[in-house]
Design a protein around this ligand. Structure first.
Ligand code: PLP
Length: 401
């Protein structure tokens, strides 16, 4: 018998499992709104032109070799990534008090940050929003932190539970880590207003809570890289410390290249350099050093003025298509007279709409309409097109009437 005979079958990942079920469905009208990846109007994955161009440049450059990167990754990539999120004129960068390491996309950046904090930071509790991206509790628990939640979403208003959020942060231990979605909160699509961000900042600084930003959608939410980074920059502007995990999966469409960065903003250059030395000790036994290709694409685009501009145009086009899907779906439900207030579809931002549909309604839509989504009623607007909006509107209408 196998030495592994007693191992039980693990459940499917709740998000990736949606795609497994979708792939098994034979219906011609099937629709996958579970995936967190951009699709074109034709339902196809998209490689940005500027990414193709950068890859061509890399391939044609025969001086490039396949040597190991340093533990911290591509140096240019790290500098440019910090500039992208904190702003070109960020005093923290100018004062050399930011350390940035290339990591395996957003997930890897969160994990490295979590492991670093578990080892070197005095408070081991991290507060994550309720709800949040399903991987957050697992990443931070396995990193060695103790995970607690703060109230975030109010199902009654389908908006932010701002008083609940403030109360929970207020009641947490001084020094606790707080995970904040930099923009386009996943799965709710609900973000604080800038006034609310300012209040969150004041409360967190007064309680010495440590902000850990998860920035998986910079530029993808509003179409503007600067607007989507505003909350992060607000926290850095006060001179305080924070962490930021960046992903280029969505905003450059580099999903499978696994390219991201972890930055730690410190109070001074000497601390930042000691922090970096310890980050290397976290990374080295985990995967030695990160891969070259994805980070080289990003660095090529970020350092060239023309390519950078081309990227912002393509990025805005993706964001605009998603925003347009929100309006089309909202209008289709209005036109059908579907009962209920659906204005949250156009108020929420980012890739996802948190529809408010319950798990029974989701199961009904899957069974009767071959529409796939996570059981919490989250739909990916990026998976929709003008062609498929009517089918989804029909399904939502049938599910709620
Ligand atoms: N954080 C949030 C909130 C996300 O939605 C995602 C991806 O779906 C990630 C992090 C990490 O993604 P990746 O590891 O592909 O960059």
């Amino acid at each position: 018998d196998s030495v592994f005979a007693s191992i039980v079958q693990a459940p499917e990942d709740p998000i990736l499992g949606v795609t497994v079920a979708y792939n098994k469905d034979q219906s011609p009208v099937k629709l996958n709104l579970g995936v967190g990846a951009y699709r074109t109007e034709e339902g196809k994955p998209l490689v940005l032109n500027v990414v193709r161009k950068a890859e061509q440049m890399l391939v044609n450059d025969e001086s490039r070799v396949k040597e190991y990167l340093p533990i911290t990754g591509v140096a240019d990539f790290n500098k440019l990534s910090a500039k992208l999120i904190f702003g070109a004129d960020s005093p923290a960068i100018q004062e050399n008090r930011v350390t940035t390491v290339q990591c395996l996309s957003g997930t890897g950046s969160l994990r490295v940050g979590g492991e670093f904090l578990a080892k070197h930071y005095h408070e081991k509790t991290i507060y994550i929003p309720l709800p949040t991206w399903g991987n957050h509790p697992k990443v931070f628990t396995l990193a060695g932190l103790s995970v607690k939640t703060y109230r975030y979403y109010d199902p009654n208003t389908r908006g932010l539970d701002f008083s609940g959020l403030l109360e929970d942060l207020q009641n947490g231990p001084s020094g606790a880590i707080v995970l904040l979605h930099a923009c386009a909160h996943n799965p709710t699509g609900v973000d604080p207003t800038s006034d609310q961000w300012e209040q969150i900042r004041q409360l967190m600084r007064s309680k010495e809570l440590l902000p850990f930003f998860d920035s998986a959608y910079q530029g993808f939410a509003s179409g503007s890289l600067d607007a989507d980074a505003a909350p992060v920059r607000m926290f850095v502007a006060d001179g305080g410390e924070c962490l930021a995990a960046q992903s280029y999966a969505k905003n450059m469409g580099l999903y499978g290249e696994r390219v991201g960065a972890l930055s730690i903003v410190c109070k001074g250059a000497d601390v930042a350099s000691r922090v970096e030395s310890q980050l290397k000790l976290v990374i080295r036994p985990m995967y030695s050093n990160p891969p070259i290709h994805g980070a080289s694409i990003v660095a090529a685009i970020l350092k060239d003025g023309n390519m950078y501009t081309e990227w912002t145009v393509e990025l805005k086009a993706m964001a605009d298509r998603i925003i347009s899907m929100r309006h089309q779906l909202f209008e289709a439900l209005q036109a059908k007279g579907t009962p209920g207030d659906w204005s949250h579809i156009i108020k929420q931002i980012g890739m996802f709409t948190f529809t408010g549909l319950n798990s029974d309604q989701v199961a009904f839509m899957t069974k009767e309409f071959h529409i796939y989504m996570t059981s919490d009623g989250r739909i990916s607007m990026a998976g929709l097109s003008s062609r498929t909006v009517p089918h989804l509107a029909n399904a939502i209408h049938a599910a709620v009437t």
